[in-house]
Design a binder for this molecule. Structure first.
Ligand code: GDP
Length: 306
């Protein structure tokens, strides 16, 4: 897996350069504090967390009488880490429960999000990580809305050496495909079933119906281990709005933030965790099969600070 810190550092964080330039002044004026706040907002950290972080930092700088820029920077690092919240459980659940007959059920991971955010790619990358850990995997192509989606998923499956359950019919019932995938996973004693879904946001009621039906049908075979919401880090406020809708309709248990390689606005991690009250568990750092990393708060903060 790629190192998050190195990748973020290379993407040229605005936080890194700008914060450091402000912090290198040896007396922080009111204007400097405003500039710090603006910088945090530019990185999409969100108004609430930015204010909270700077209040805490100002208090500590004052109480401790800190002057040395490096010491201020260390305090900033600590406060950033607090708003990212290292205490959250970021493990993706990939071990299913034991069923009534004593055999282990597959861990079913439902992957949701708006089309184009990187769902299919994330499913492929995650399958690769699991296969590398010697776990058996089956993919379910429940995005039956776009004809090319199942092909794309199957290509990923072939690439990482796992089977894809799909329908050959456009517009087939996504819940039926999801059910078939989980049933196959169960019959084969597969460790993890990754289900890719369609994400059309035009119609919230329709989305809710579709995801609700998929969930109901799947759980006849095995309970959901995880519902991962895929969000594109480059979409800012739009991504947050998506998070809100999916949070309401899908019982999200973890967030995958994709395309962090293409943005200097990594602060969105903080904003989206606050919005949904669930942790960012994985991050996408490129289009290739190895460009998925577990989200590590410390590496992330170091990457932001450059
Ligand atoms: P879906 O419609 O949500 O299934 O999205 P796709 O998986 O088809 O991805 C949409 C586009 O985003 C594709 O061109 C992917 O290669 C690209 N993509 C996905 N994840 C990442 C990422 O982490 N970084 C970058 N740079 N591109 C990504």
């Amino acid at each position: 897996l790629v190192r998050l810190r190195d990748r973020l550092a290379r993407s040229g964080s605005p936080l890194g350069a700008r914060l450091l330039s402000v912090l290198s002044r040896d007396h922080l004026t009111e204007d400097d504090w405003d500039e710090l706040e603006e910088t945090l907002l530019l990185a999409d950290i969100g108004a609430g967390p930015a204010e909270e972080l700077l209040d805490a930092l100002r208090t500590r700088v004052r109480v401790l009488g800190v002057r040395d820029p490096q010491a201020v920077r260390d305090l900033l690092r600590e406060e950033l880490l607090k708003v990212v919240d290292p205490s959250l459980d970021r493990e993706v659940a990939t071990t299913g429960p034991v069923g009534e007959d004593g055999s282990r059920l597959p861990a079913v991971v439902l992957v949701v999000g708006v089309n184009g955010t990187g769902k299919t790619t994330t499913v492929g990358k995650l399958a690769r990580v699991l296969v590398a850990e010697d776990r058996s995997v089956v993919l379910g192509a429940a995005d039956t809305f776009r004809a090319a989606a199942a092909d794309q998923l199957q290509t990923w499956g072939a690439r990482v050496g796992v089977e894809t359950v799909r329908s050959d019919r456009d517009g087939a019932d996504p819940a039926a495909v999801a059910f078939d995938a989980v049933r196959k996973g169960r019959a084969d004693g597969t460790d993890v079933v990754l289900v890719d879904t369609a994400g059309r946001l035009q119609n919230k009621a329709g989305l809710m119906d579709e995801l609700g039906k998929i969930t109901r049908v799947i759980t006849r075979e095995a309970p959901l281990a995880e519902v991962l919401l895929v969000l594109d880090a480059t979409t800012g406020q739009n991504g947050l709005n998506q998070a809100r809708v999916f949070g309401e309709v899908a019982g999200v248990t973890g967030i995958v933030l994709t395309k962090l390689d293409g943005t200097a606005r990594g602060g969105i991690v903080v904003a989206v965790q606050r919005e949904l009250g669930v942790p960012v568990k994985l991050v996408g750092l490129g289009e290739g099969p190895d460009d998925l990393a577990p989200f590590d708060p410390e590496q992330f903060v170091d990457g932001l600070l450059g």
